[in-house]
Design a protein around this ligand. Structure first.
Ligand code: NHW
Ligand code: EN5
Length: 387
């Protein structure tokens, strides 16, 4: 029983039997002229604001809202703690629009109490290339939960996106809503097992000592692939080629312009780590990348945060994926990350166990707004990473 989602142009549970339909929009097509001109109504003493990320004070407000009120795990032990620099990277890709950085303030005090964002992305789903927004960072202050504010935020961002003649969106969430296109699983690879056990992220396995555990997860000091180096601006044209041809093999994946690759894969310490393998004659054969997303540790005496690396776009070419991923683990470890997280998307499902990843207690579901797919997409056909 989804009082809100039941009214939206999304696939519903138990609709028509799969394969009976073709991929396509769910709503009857509309024009920008038909889009409602007025913002949706908010309760008394709340008002809409467009957040300006370029303004340090406004960025700090979003950072603080998310730091205290964004996603937690099922046992409320950890909460995502996106950094300000990360948020700037995540919210300002080429073609971003400030009106899609949508906040809600308390009128009397000016306090920011809710947020939702959209960024433009070209996403191919099966054979169709869609102009979409990626929706992320939906957040309502803990004191304002369960008051049906989230549906208002979602309708308002939909309106602001529709005003720019965009009618499809993609989003991911841990929880189950109508209706995922893909259901993926988180996996975790310990880099700093002592700390992970100390904060309750993982446990000492039965019949294992701490000393044996440290040995089990030990990694080389430096990556093993010859020719592996940090990505640079001059690599953008080749990386764009390499990445787009790799992504063409997946059922849901972005298509990136050179400008987008320059943005999403520019090396930035503690935000995005990107490396290429340069072969003979300067030819780039592989790409490896991960991003930094710390989590606050809720109520631990010893530690207040956990530094996690998340697999981003990695393209095996001359180097087998397991070797490339082992270099990713090595680099994440040597740059101070405590754990390396990955989903069972791309070819990961086949290699994570051998690289000593363990299954997590979280799932990640992928959703499309106003786009129906005839068939669910299996994790190994997902080629899209959302932050
Ligand atoms: S997923 C992370 C979402 N954020 C968090 O989990 C942060 C912590 N939680 C909160 O801040 C990544 C609140 O609990 C939130 C809900 C705000 C989540 N997605 O206001 P009410 C994203 O950001 C539905 C979608 O009373 P609340 C992706 C719920 O099912 N819907 O709840 C975001 C119910 O509807 P129902 C969600 O707890 C994608 C209704 O909200 C949801 O105070 C957004 C209840 O509202 C979620 N994560 O606030 C969609 N969580 O039908 C974009 C709950 O069941 C769609 N709900 O009655 C596309 C838009 C653009 C289209 C353009 C063409
Ligand atoms: C929007 N773009 O549940 C994304 N994380 O498994 C928003 N579990 O960290 C949606 N509960 O399994 C995000 N340790 C949805 C995810 C929300 C956060 C979340 C899970 C993913 C997670 C950890 C900690 C669990 C703490 C108790 C977990 C076990 C790891 C262990 C490592 C060693 C080998 C065995 C496994």
């Amino acid at each position: 029983n989804y009082a809100f989602w039941g009214t939206q142009p999304v696939a519903q549970f138990g609709e028509q039997p799969a394969s009976a339909v073709e991929d396509g929009p769910i709503d009857t097509p509309k024009t920008v002229e038909e889009v409602r001109k007025e913002p949706y109504g908010l309760p008394q003493n709340f008002e809409w604001v467009t957040c300006n990320i370029d303004n340090d004070a406004e960025l700090k407000e979003i950072y603080e809202l998310l730091s205290a009120h964004y996603v937690e795990d099922d046992d409320n032990m950890f909460r995502f703690a996106y950094s300000k620099e990360f948020l700037r990277w995540a919210l300002q890709p080429p073609g971003f629009k400030a009106v899609w950085h949508c906040g809600v303030r308390v009128s009397s005090t000016g306090r920011l109490v809710a947020f939702i964002s959209g960024i433009p992305a070209t996403i191919r789903v099966n054979g169709n290339t869609l102009s979409t927004v990626e929706i992320n960072f939906l957040c309502v202050h803990k004191k304002l939960r369960h008051k049906r504010l989230a549906p208002v935020l979602i309708k308002e961002i939909t309106r602001r996106v529709n005003q720019h003649d965009i009618w499809q969106a993609v989003y991911t969430a841990g929880l189950l809503l109508p209706k995922p296109v893909a259901e993926c699983q988180y996996w975790h690879r310990s880099l700093n097992p002592k700390k992970l056990i100390g904060v309750g992220f993982s446990r000492l396995a039965p019949r294992m000592t701490m000393a044996r555990t440290l040995k089990l997860y030990k990694l080389p000091d430096v990556p093993q692939t010859p020719g592996l180096r940090q990505m640079e601006a001059k690599d953008v044209p080749q990386v764009t080629q390499l990445l787009n041809s790799y992504l063409a093999g997946y059922s849901i994946a972005p298509h990136m312009s050179e400008e987008e690759v320059a943005h999403w894969l520019a090396f930035q310490t503690d935000v995005i780590y990107s490396y290429v393998v340069e072969g003979p004659g300067g030819k780039l054969t592989d790409l490896l990348s991960f991003y930094t997303l710390p989590s606050s540790v809720i109520g631990n005496e010893q530690y207040d945060s956990l530094k996690a690396a998340y697999m981003f776009y990695t393209v095996p070419g001359a180097t087998p994926l397991p070797q490339l991923m082992n270099d990713a683990l090595t680099l994440a470890h040597s740059t101070g990350h405590d754990v390396f997280n990955a989903l069972d998307i791309f070819e990961n499902g086949k290699i994570l166990k051998d690289l000593k990843f363990g299954i997590g207690d979280g799932k990640l579901r992928y959703y499309l707004f106003n786009w129906r797919v005839a068939q669910d997409i299996t994790p190994n056909k997902v080629g899209l990473v959302m932050l």
